[in-house]
Design a protein around this ligand. Sequence first.
Ligand code: ADP
Ligand code: ZN
Length: 764
Amino acid sequence: MFSKIGYGAVNTASVRLPSMTNPVTDHLNVNDAPDDQVSSGGVGRVKVLLPLPLAGAYDYRVPPELHLATGQFVLVPLGRREALGVVWDNVLEEKAGAVSDDRLKNVIGVASTLTLPEETRRLVDWVSGYTTAPLGAVLRMAMSVPAALEPPKPRIAYAFGKSPTDLRMTPARRRILDLLRDGPPRTQADIAFETGVSTSVVRKLAETGAIRIVLLPVERTVPQPDPDSGGPVLSTAQHDAATALCAKIGAFSVTLVDGVTGAGKTEVYFEAIAEALRRGHQALVLLPEIALGAQWLRRFEGRFGVQPVAWHSELTPATRRAAWRAIAQGHARVVVGARSALFLPFPDLGLVVVDEEHDGAFKQEDGVAYHARDMAIVRARIGDFPAILASATPSLETIVNVETDRYARVRLPTRHGGAELPDIHVIDLRVDPPERQCWLSPPLRTALAKTFAAGQQSLLFLNRRGYAPLTLCRTCGHRLECPNCTAWLVEHRFQGRLQCHHCGLASRQPKACPSCKAEGSLVACGPGVERVAEEAMALFPEARLMVVTSDNMRNPSDAAEFVRKVMEQEVDILVGTQIVAKGHHFPNLTLVGVIDADLGLAGGDLRAAERTYQLLHQVAGRAGRAERPGAVYLQTYQPGHPVMQAMSNGDRDGFLKAEAQARRVGHWPPFGRLAALIVSGRDEQAVDAVARELARRAPHRSDVRTLGPAPAPLAMLRGRHRRRLLLKTDRNVAVSALLRDWLPQVKTPSTVRIQVDVDPYSFL
Ligand code: ADP
Ligand code: ZN
């Protein structure tokens, strides 16, 4: 997506951020000395950036007794309160509008011994410049754990004191003394737990001097991965790929590890991580669904002897604080995380890996709209180290970059250990339709029966949660819709509820039609996973069945339990959404049935075909990963569609070539650029007025087109009306600069919001 590796995307000549840093020219070409003492003539001034949606840093005075360096966390007055910020780099500044010395407020003090590293600050600058999100809003992502800035409070524990002489001994006291006499100090909670004595007894005993208070070390130690601890013997192809990757450590590059599922891509990039560790660097691995990474973590442990530091939304606050500190101090050597891990304060990062690089989960839509894969490449560029992208179905963007030699590629063409890729059967639903109100076609039923009889596992895949996507009144035709969103309510029959998948609204399933009041007239239309599960249960009453969706996979322990059940053969048939499609390796799973292979093709999404192919390929990759060959059944009404053809011929590259050609002709990404604007608000007229005004003031250039405004497909979301504009430009246009020029021209009432999404992936 970058016309030159890393930085071509933003046309460097024309990016200017008003009165703040220019991410490209200031920080990448100009070699500013990192973490310099901030110096300034006359009154000591610093710029302090606050993690708030403000466009730039504020000036503060440095009291003479303070010596500040860039990157330091400081407390500053903000209005009537104190705020935590970061000393930002002293940038060239437009003198006009600068606050005069006598109006400056003093920095209150330094807030932490930790600092925000230079490279992280440059990433913040860059992401803000590219996405047009306020600098402070991006900083906020890098300061997501303010509590981590202070060292953890020492923990109070108790150790054995002096041998008691005149102590009144009780059985409870004796148990405590026996425990502590021979063991290490323990907290009162631990003592209570181990002895069954109440904590008040512990405190009373301490007053006698029989046990004494000690402070336990505060920082948890982070287990250190050993690059030479173990790992499998690599095949020749794997070894060659690993060698190529290891050779990249030490300088910027982007390499795609392109190989079928099960080829050993993970094992190969583990070698690059090992090499980065040997050279004294930290390494970061981004995964799309970290919550489901239990198997990945085990494999890492197998290779490096310990678990890596994990970073995702399910961490407890204490673990999160400890992880952030360990990373900032350089103690955490390998971090595996979701996209937000990119903004962690690595002082020493020397490798970033983006596994499943094509995955849409890397795109953040809310708040700062950024693509973590692309920003990982920017991060690698800033730190001058390699980025590795891994996928069996690389994104078109990445493939085009490989073909134009911007990225290198290593290939792993075959599955490890000779496991064969599954046979793909395309089932034409026009020829082999399921029975009425059923969703499994006769050939799929036969295959299921065979697989079950053979004691092997099956996966029925449907990317739709709940029982039915639509509930309709047979009497009056009324459809149950969300009152806040342009969306149908989805029936979740197992919970007896209707749910809006956009705003989360949930209600009981009504008995009568809300419109015509007819009783017993509501019918479910179409299938969700629950309905498919119902059908499979009726067909195979003895089979053990499990439904797997985000509704019942809420945290890592759910995920671990799921993996355990499948591995230990406690499940015969899985029915699941894309949450089961990713990354798992289940040796006994030999059949995959895709209920509706056409599902993702509908709608006007630019990447609909590409994504459908990636998803189907990934789901298909769950079948037959070990000695037993697998089979995949794709149910479709469009057997001639290029996606189905590519699946059945195994012709990924041909498919991508045709896709690329279509995009090239239409000047769509990656051959052109897009930026989406969503104008939203509760007052429809105000929203329309802003949207129209935006269109009127849109840039007039031959290499830029503005489409819209038009009602967004989700014309209403959480009660807000939404209009879309799409900016479509030639590839060499600096879209971010254009937006920065254009948007401020339009007066926007505070009730109307304009969301900017550069390189949009969702078109809702
Ligand atoms: P990919 O990431 O390409 O899908 P993986 O790295 O997950 O492939 O490998 C698939 C499976 O094969 C894993 O269980 C992995 O441990 C195993 N594997 C891969 N390479 C080797 C090897 N050289 N020796 C032993 N097992 C291997
Ligand atoms: Zn809703």
